[in-house]
Design a protein around this ligand. Sequence first.
Ligand code: AMP
Length: 190
Amino acid sequence: MKYFIMFGPPGAGKGTHAAPMVKKYNLKHISTGELLRSEIAAGTELGKQAAALIEKGNLVPDEVVEGMIAQTFAKYPEVNGFLLDGFPRTVQQAMDLDEMLEARDEYVTGVISLMIPDEEIKARIKGRALIEGRADDASDETIANRIKTYHAKTEPLIEIYKDKGIYHEIDGIGSIEEVQKRVFAMMDKL
Ligand code: AMP
């Protein structure tokens, strides 16, 4: 099994590029953000608790997303691997993921990191707000908090994965087609 992580700040294009990647490489896409949005749409207790945090641009607790990851791993034994999108987002989640994989005699195959500067994040999220209508894309305050949270809690993962020699950074600026070519060229090597 291969375990890829789609890494990057909010609005970098993780979801956009994950879709064609999972088709081409027969991977199961796990987007913790999408799973949480389904819980919110279904009105579950978990969804209600998550909504309040997500709408402010805060992270949901590690154990909540980790539970969703573990369930999805167990549900799809027939795929070539998984593409984790939006997970891990904290150092604790990265450590817990390693543990989860070690228990399966597996490890993270590679981290595909889409990088865009903060100004581009804001512009892209504002564009996406008009199309997708996500609650957490709507206010400048929430967007600013998500960027802050990314730098404080998620960015430290870059050094961890660099140290493991599995961090692969891709310039996320350019057309979707241009960036997709870069992503596929990288994936073909992994
Ligand atoms: P995303 O669709 O990946 O941008 O995620 C939307 C929101 O869901 C994030 O801003 C967080 O509030 C929450 N979320 C998604 N993934 C995680 C995660 N791995 N850890 C904690 N919160 C998450």
